[in-house]
Design a protein around this ligand. Structure first.
Ligand code: UD1
Length: 420
């Protein structure tokens, strides 16, 4: 099994160009099923989850060409014998597979999609997805671990208020409603920038979707779509991760290829912590930041602080002088990196969904275990500031969502390598 070896205490300097967003690419790929016309996606991050979604689409009958040099994907879903099935083998490794449910139902009136099941960070049910699709007229049954959905006469627009905010459910229902008969009003939607990127993509293709307010969307169903070329937005979480790396151990580290207006909450919190930054519209310089101050924060749906940056933020908190606090409001079991960080010398106490971090602590290199995507990268960050060497096991978690992580860090003088 592959491992990562990180030698700590090397100052990061230079430039890191941020890749396209994994969490924007996955629903866009799922939405591609809606159309028979050619789709050209640019700035696609070729990470494991995206490749798995492409394999799922290929399995169903899509013609997909990946150009790894140009980071482009060309899709053609004209196939008349499209399979309306998303098997367990794909959905178990990549939960976003469940988003093909909305597009299969909308285009073919039928879908059989594996239930994703739980994962390391929590139970992660799909009840809100199913609630929304039922409100559009789908008949849904769960049998043998699969969701069987049907809408023989097609889906019909409806007024839907999501019982709680879910990124995936909002995406699934937007995709389905864009090809439904009549008008759909969605309330209490998630409003992550990746969802706006999805609605931009669908509108370019010919859908009629408008955001009426921060959490309210109107969708006038359309009948068919046009060819489309679309550039995926930057990865906010990758950007946040490298900004935190810069705050920990950077000296004029440039993070480019971003839109800083989507990072306002993160920037505000980091400034409060004493991280020195020069901010422009599409790049940030992280300057040497020797005095990190403690903060008390909580994870929330966008525009709040993202749960996907909680593990990385905890590493920065170990450098703050005093007691920091972070409350995890999105997932019930997302502190699995804490025992590993404590093994490296951090002083973190977890009580339910709260973690208290005492700093500043010097971390020492150790052999540690990655448990999920963001936990893995937090261990890389810890390795970058630790004395001696850190070895991270189970790095396949990292490959699900970070494109060229080692290469990007090495270009900025980090000492990181993969053991095969
Ligand atoms: C997406 C992101 C993930 C991020 C998460 C929260 C993708 C591919 N993944 O995941 O990186 O961490 O948003 O920002 O974009 N829930 C239910 N029932 C449902 C759906 C969700 O109870 O039907 C719960 C979840 O268990 C969780 C919360 O709602 O506690 C938020 O989950 P959701 O926003 O749906 O996350 P994902 O779309 O799975």
């Amino acid at each position: 099994m592959q491992k990562l070896k990180v030698k700590g205490k090397n100052i990061l300097s230079g430039e890191i160009k941020i890749s396209g967003s994994k969490n924007a690419t996955l629903p866009i790929l799922a939405a591609s099923i809606l159309s028979e016309k050619k789709i050209d996606l640019k700035r696609v991050p070729l990470v494991k989850d995206v490749v798995t979604m492409c394999h799922l689409l290929k399995y169903m009958g899509s013609n997909i060409k990946i150009n790894s040099q140009k980071k482009n994907i060309l899709i053609n879903n004209k196939n008349k014998k499209f399979k309306k099935i998303a098997p367990y083998s794909f959905v178990k490794t990549m939960r976003a597979g469940v988003i093909v449910l909305g597009s299969l139902l909308a285009r073919f009136g039928k879908a059989k999609v594996s239930l994703p099941g739980g994962c390391a960070i929590g139970t992660r049910p799909v009840d809100i997805h199913l609630y929304g699709l039922k409100r559009l007229g789908a008949k849904i049954k769960i049998k043998n671990g699969y969701i069987f959905a049907e809408a023989k006469k097609g889906l019909t627009g409806a007024q839907i208020r999501f019982p709680s905010i879910s990124v995936g459910a909002t995406e699934n229902v937007i995709i389905a409603a864009s090809l439904a008969k009549g008008i759909t009003y969605l309330k209490n939607c998630a409003c992550e920038p990746e969802i706006k990127n999805l609605t931009d993509f669908l509108n370019k293709m010919g859908a009629n979707i408008s955001w009426l307010g921060k959490r309210e969307i109107k969708i006038i169903g359309c009948k068919k779509f046009n060819h489309v070329s679309h550039q995926v937005m930057f990865d906010r979480i990758e950007a946040g991760t490298f900004i935190i790396a810069g705050a920990l151990i950077g000296k004029k580290l440039k993070i480019s290829g971003i839109q800083t207006r989507f990072l306002n909450t993160e920037i505000k919190i980091l400034r409060k912590m004493g991280v020195r930054m020069q901010i422009s519209k599409d790049y940030i310089y992280i300057l040497h930041s020797p005095k990190i101050k403690p903060v008390k924060i909580k994870t929330e749906p966008y525009p709040g602080f993202p749960t996907d940056l909680q593990a990385q933020m905890i590493v920065l908190m170990t450098k703050a002088k005093g007691k920091s606090q972070i409350k995890e409001n999105i997932f019930e079991n997302r502190f699995m990196h804490v025992p590993e960080l404590n093994r490296m010398g951090a002083k973190i106490n977890t009580l339910g969904n709260l973690s208290y971090v005492e700093g500043p602590q010097n971390l020492n290199g150790a052999e540690v275990m990655a448990t999920d995507l963001r936990a893995s990268v937090s261990l890389v960050l810890a390795g970058l500031i630790a004395n001696n060497q850190t070895v991270i096991n189970r790095v396949y978690h990292l490959d699900r969502g970070y494109e060229d992580l080692e290469k990007k860090l090495r270009q900025c003088k980090a000492k990181i390598s993969r053991i095969f």
